[in-house]
Write a protein that binds this ligand. Structure first.
Ligand code: IMP
Length: 446
């Protein structure tokens, strides 16, 4: 039995969807623990690519249940659209459940999100966060402020009405908010359609774990976007860390066995915020083009740069990573030496290896110190096919040494490597050396 968490180890878009889908093959339940329509997890199936926003990737596999968990903020109309889209394509293969504790994200949250980010930008252009405009911040703010409406309340008309009245008393004045009667009617209808899937999911998961079945917690967004431990205020409004995944699914910490951190062999970011290794030149443009680096939810071009081990070491500690999945290694094939940031030189001349600065403006002033690692050859079709057939043994030697370098620098074994977009283009490196728990990591010098 294994309870495993998959977390993003950079700024998001590390191909978590692909790794979560790979690991879902051996899971009975997959739980999305945080976020909402801001998420875009891409899985490339033989039938074509699927982008999951509010559904857990388990729904793409027969015999697996995908739970949209208690820590999520769910836009019910978009949820239904996503579900129907998968049904129409014949790709809805697993069971779908929605936690009754998940919060409902409404049109008024989307409007508030757009208005707030504009306001920040008018105050100072750099203050705009570049959110996905999907209402995440306001929906989580209402949850914390005790104004929220929960999915389980959609089928309780009196409670629904009461919650809406309270919400409208605080923000019903926003331009574009539909009349309360109209919204209450629409929510009741969508609630009735979703009701067969709505469940109190945590007791179900406790039983499943007690029975010894495998559970996968599919984190959305990424550790560096965590509202407390990310690059605040350039963060999302949830906790996309391993601890957050437990809170967001109702699973106790003592049940957790493995924490898989997913990082690209380089790095990207969408939206505003510090990004020390960003490459605004031709090489960054190359990564964007060859890596297809556009936001899966918003279509925005992603900012591109190089692997940052200062941040990765921090994320490894913060999440207690027991293994790493390094993705998109094919994108770097054939580019020559690969820059990897091993430390920061700060404006006062100090060199930082661990403990990146807490404040966003200090992090933005860090100058990366690069180690140029020998690159590996291009992943042409023949090589890709060989890796698919023969597994890890067919990975180029230079790439294996690159992965070992990451292991040595972070103290976390690399167990999975993504070498292409397709579902089967992930290789498991086999049972590695004994897993190094965080206590066995090198001393923290930050
Ligand atoms: P929000 O989550 O829409 O509030 O956006 C806050 C910040 O997080 C923005 O910089 C977004 O671009 C970023 N963000 C939110 N969700 C994702 C994601 O799934 N991938 C990458 N970045 C994200």
């Amino acid at each position: 039995m294994t309870v495993r968490v998959v977390v993003g180890a950079q700024f998001g878009d590390e191909a978590k969807g692909k790794i979560a889908d790979f690991l879902a093959a051996s899971a009975r339940y997959v739980v999305r623990s945080a976020g909402g329509p801001n998420t875009g997890h891409t899985v490339v199936l033989p039938e074509g690519p699927v982008v999951l926003h509010q559904l857990a990737c388990g729904v793409l596999r027969h015999g697996v249940t995908g739970i949209s968990g208690p820590g999520m903020v769910i836009q019910p109309f978009k949820f239904e659209e996503e579900l129907n889209g998968l049904r129409e394509r014949g790709l809805l293969r697993g069971e779908v459940l929605i936690s009754d504790r998940a919060h409902v994200l409404l049109r008024l949250h989307e409007l508030e999100d757009i208005w707030e980010d504009e306001l920040r930008g008018r105050h100072r252009p750099e203050a705009s966060l570049g959110t996905t405009k999907s209402g995440i911040g306001p929906a989580y703010a209402d949850r914390a402020g005790r104004f929220g409406l929960r999915v389980g309340e959609l089928s309780r008309p009196a409670v629904l009405r009461e919650r809406l009245e309270l919400l409208y008393a605080t923000k019903g004045h926003l331009a574009g908010v539909p009349p309360i009667e109209e919204l209450a009617g629409q929510l009741t209808e969508v609630g009735a359609r979703l009701a067969p899937m709505v469940r109190t999911t945590e007791p179900l998961l406790w039983d499943v774990i007690a029975r010894g079945e495998n559970v996968l917690l599919e984190g959305a967004q990424s550790a560096l976007l965590d509202v407390d431990f990310g690059t605040y205020p350039y963060v999302t409004s949830s906790h996309p860390t391993s601890a957050g995944a437990l809170v967001g699914s109702g699973i106790p910490p003592t049940a957790l066995d493995e924490v898989v951190g997913v990082a690209k062999a380089y790095c990207t970011r969408v939206g505003a915020g510090p990004f020390p290794t960003e490459d605004s030149g031709e090489r960054g443009e190359y990564l964007r083009r060859v890596g297809g680096e556009r936001g899966a939810t918003t279509g925005r071009p992603r900012r591109c740069g190089w692997l940052d081990l200062v941040l990765l070491r921090y994320v490894a500690r913060l999440n207690g990573l027991t293994s790493l999945a390094i993705t998109k290694v094919d994108v770097l094939g054939g580019i020559g030496d690969v820059p990897v940031c091993t430390a920061y030189r700060m404006p006062d001349g100090t060199v930082v290896r661990d403990g990146p600065p807490t404040s966003a403006d200090e992090l933005a002033s860090a100058e990366p110190v690069y180690d140029e690692r020998p690159g590996w050859p291009e992943f042409h079709a023949r090589r890709t096919e060989r890796v698919r057939r023969e597994g890890a043994a067919a990975l180029p030697g230079e790439l294996r040494r690159f992965l070992e370098f990451i292991e040595d620098e972070t103290g976390v074994p690399v167990e999975y490597v993504g070498y292409g977009a397709h579902r089967d283009e992930t290789v498991w490196l086999g049972p590695r050396t004994a897993r190094r728990r965080p206590s066995a990591l090198p001393a923290w010098s930050g």
